[in-house]
Write a protein that binds this ligand. Structure first.
Ligand code: XMP
Length: 493
């Protein structure tokens, strides 16, 4: 009944996730028993198969800490200076809670005249040196400062007393206990005698109610959150990589829309020879030929997808790419033979797409738009037609390229800039700490329906031809969605 993947994907069609549908199989385990643990690369295990895209409207320090705390990982973008990118890594790695306020520091004699002095942070920590690392004397919350009528006062005259302290790697329960026990509204996180951050009551209360995941967080042997980083393939990316390695980067992604290039092959070899301990993800690729070249060069993971992203116009502009379901299946069918995990990158807009990507051979999915409207994504919420939204833009959009991401889309030589992505907005989705656990539960249910109790078991079912699928006609796709109702509200949890 149905087709094997092998047969379905050799008919000359480029299929995407929505084109195909799995036939249900046999269930002999509970959905909760589905094990979603996986590998991002040859040497980097993850409890949860989710990766945040290296995009400047998705992955900076807050997303990195949140994804790692959930058992996934984020790849911080490189559309900033090397120092700023390394700072994203340091911020996410200097704590074990997915809460960051990134305070700025001041000395007691400083005067805060303008809101800009807070540099976007809700807090200012007062230390004797006026910088990180000094003795903590107190703190000022932006909200309290705004209430002051006399803006000429010295910080030392109105700061709140030093908050309670906890070690940098304290977990939420410990921080919560300190707050409860001492009736304090804030706890300072300290590491090697330096204040790292200030965790406030409001934030702890916000995340306290979110669903608890059984999955262990993504931490390295040093106890720090693991974080990935994107780099390009130019000469100055070698210098950037040096900064990132110093900041403790755990995996590096060579960020290119067409990864099978001499520049990338050379960069893979460079990274492997200079930093043999560091796993390198190559890509993007969509064909077996591209994948083979990168595998031979020594990549530890392959990022798959060309033009499938929600903000992408590559297929339209360059006439090149592939339907994402076909791409993931084809590349996985060759990569697994060398033990190289595949990251299905782009085109994920619901939990069903995640089930499809993972069952077609991917080991993880990388997401941009799915995460971009979250609390943890960079940028502020704004209102658009009465909806709370956040900006989300392609890294190949003119706007992002003006900031520096042109290397990914233009290569080294192009003089005229042509966009391969758009700038848009996505709906407020709340915190990833809240909606990711629900998403994972939905993925587990999909796995249960196809009779796969783990990723490995899904891949085995696919390759042993037990897992069957079919193409959905246009009408079948309409039928598969909500239809025939005058109105409805989509709510998943
Ligand atoms: P989603 O569908 O998750 O896709 O929003 C995210 C992925 O899209 C890729 N990306 C781009 N592709 N032009 C493109 O053709 C762009 O401007 C662009 N920006 C991001 C990237 O692979 C990302 O992970």
């Amino acid at each position: 009944d149905g087709f094997t993947a092998e047969k379905l994907f050799t008919q000359g069609f480029s299929y995407t996730y929505d084109d195909v549908i799995f036939l249900p199989h046999y269930i002999d385990f509970a959905a909760d028993a589905v094990d979603l643990s996986t590998r991002l690369t040859r040497r980097l295990p993850l409890a949860v198969p989710l990766v945040a895209s290296p995009m400047d409207t998705v992955s900076e320090s807050a997303m990195a800490a949140a994804m790692a705390s959930l058992g996934g990982i984020a790849v911080v973008h490189s559309n900033v200076s090397a120092a700023a990118q390394a700072a994203f890594l340091r911020a996410a790695k200097s704590r074990r809670v997915p809460i960051l306020s990134d305070p700025v520091f001041a000395a007691p004699s400083n005067v805060i005249e303008h809101e800009d002095d807070f540099a976007g942070s809700p807090f200012l920590l007062v230390t004797d040196t006026g910088a990180a690392g000094g003795k903590l004397l107190g703190y000022v919350a932006k909200r309290e400062w705004s209430n002051h009528t006399d803006k000429g006062l010295r910080v030392g005259d109105y700061m709140a007393p030093p908050p309670w302290r906890a070690p940098w790697n304290a977990d939420l329960t410990k921080i919560y206990d300190i707050m409860e026990g001492d009736k304090s509204g804030a706890v300072a996180l300290e590491r090697d005698g330096e204040v790292v951050d200030l965790v406030v009551r409001e934030e702890v209360d916000r995340v306290k109610g979110y669903p608890k995941l059984a999955a262990p967080a993504t931490v390295g042997p040093d106890g720090e959150f693991m974080v990935g980083a994107a780099i390009g393939t130019r000469e100055d990316d070698k210098e950037r990589l040096k900064h990132l390695v110093k900041a403790g980067v755990n995996v590096v992604v060579l960020d290119s829309s067409q990864g099978n290039s001499i520049y990338q092959l050379e960069m893979v070899k460079y990274v492997k020879s200079v930093y043999p301990e560091l796993d390198v993800i190559g890509g993007n690729v969509v064909t077996m030929y591209q994948a083979e070249n990168l595998i031979q060069a020594g990549v530890d993971g392959l990022r798959v997808g060309m033009g499938s992203g929600s903000i992408c116009t590559t297929q339209e502009v360059c006439a090149v790419g592939r339907g994402q379901a076909t791409a993931v299946y084809k590349v996985s069918s060759i990569a697994y033979k060398s033990g190289v995990p595949v990251i299905a990158d782009g085109g994920i807009s619901n939990s069903g797409h995640i089930v499809k990507a993972l069952s077609l051979g991917a080991s993880t999915v990388m997401m941009g738009s799915f995460l971009a409207g979250s609390h943890e994504a960079p940028g502020a919420y704004v209102y658009q037609n009465g909806q709370r939204v956040k900006k989300y833009r392609g890294m190949g959009s003119l706007e992002a390229m003006t900031k520096g991401s042109d290397a990914r889309y233009l290569g080294d030589t192009a003089k005229l800039k042509i966009a391969q992505g758009v700038v848009g907005a996505v709906k407020d989705k709340g915190s990833v700490l809240n909606f990711i656990p629900y998403t994972l539960q939905a993925v587990r249910q999909g796995f249960q329906d196809i009779g796969a109790s783990s990723l490995q078991s899904a891949h085995d079912l696919l390759r042993s031809r037990v897992l069957r699928l079919e193409v959905r006609t246009g009408a079948a796709q309409v039928e598969g969605g909500v239809h025939g109702l005058v109105s409805y509200e989509k709510k998943y949890y």
